[in-house]
Design a protein around this ligand. Structure first.
Ligand SMILES: [Zn+2]
Length: 259
């Protein structure tokens, strides 16, 4: 079910442990070959697959997607719309608070955008509403930063608008992918401290991608989609059972406190 299509008596009649799904990803440049809505489109596709996988098992409602977030790493490109992380925290936090006020107890945030300030905003919003009785999780970043969100790829660093995202796009919105096969690889290691303070362009990604989109394939994209859906379905089951939900690795939790 979709929240935006329901009337208030429908919403009042929902079980209070209905799983609420909320996609939150900004418009962000994704190289010259992918649309700025890439992260939002991928997260929405994952949301749809979660709903299909859990249909009949538990009531679920998809909230309207929030097409916003923080994208400092790509803020110096045309197309990127970056909000301060505290604004994102407040929009998401108050949205969840409003749902908690209606008595809802379970929510899952979905983002395919791994900018650390964006992740910080979502996790700060979830922490803020914990005492209100609504438990929320955001599984994609937890698996991403553990390196187990997507099937492994050979070779160099794949980071942004890369082999992985381009493969997903070839499965989900091929009509919006243009000329990836002609792009030369751009490999920049973005684990170091400079990644916290510099944009991708400043680190050398002049065309807005880091990785090798020319190697993208529908076959790999399909495997990515299946794996991402599977980890989210597992996380949803854990959340609904009151079990441990995936957490960010401790090194990322520390970084989020520092930035
Ligand atoms: Zn992306």
């Amino acid at each position: 079910m979709r929240y935006a299509e329901m009337n208030w008596p429908d919403i009042e009649a929902l079980d209070r442990d209905t799983l609420l799904l909320l996609t939150v990803s900004p418009m962000e440049e994704h190289g010259p070959h992918l649309p700025v809505g890439t992260d939002l489109f991928v997260a929405q596709a994952v949301e749809e697959r979660i709903m299909v996988s859990l249909e009949g098992e538990h009531p679920m409602v998809a909230l309207p997607p929030l097409p916003l977030g923080t994208c400092r790493m790509a803020a110096d490109f045309p197309g990127s719309l970056s909000l301060p992380w505290k604004v994102v925290r407040d929009v998401v936090g108050h949205t969840l608070e409003s749902l908690a006020g209606q008595g809802f107890t379970r929510a899952m945030l979905l983002t395919f955008h791994m900018d650390l300030h964006h992740v910080k905003a979502l996790h700060a919003a979830m922490a803020r509403i914990r005492r209100s009785g609504l438990t929320a999780c955001e599984p994609l970043s937890a698996y991403y930063f553990r390196g187990i969100l997507l099937p492994p790829v050979d070779g160099e660093t794949e980071v942004h608008a890369d082999l992985r995202e381009t493969s997903l796009a070839l499965v989900l919105f091929p009509e919006l992918v243009h000329g990836h096969e002609h792009l030369t690889p751009v490999h920049i290691h973005m684990d170091g401290p400079s990644a916290l303070f510099k944009t991708m362009k400043e680190m050398g990604a002049e065309r807005g991608y880091v990785g090798d989109p020319s190697r993208a394939s529908r076959e790999y994209g399909q495997r990515c989609l299946e794996q991402v859906t599977q980890v989210c379905v597992q996380a949803a089951r854990a959340l609904l059972a009151g079990e441990e939900i995936p957490r960010l690795p401790s090194r990322i939790r520390l970084l989020l406190r520092l930035i």
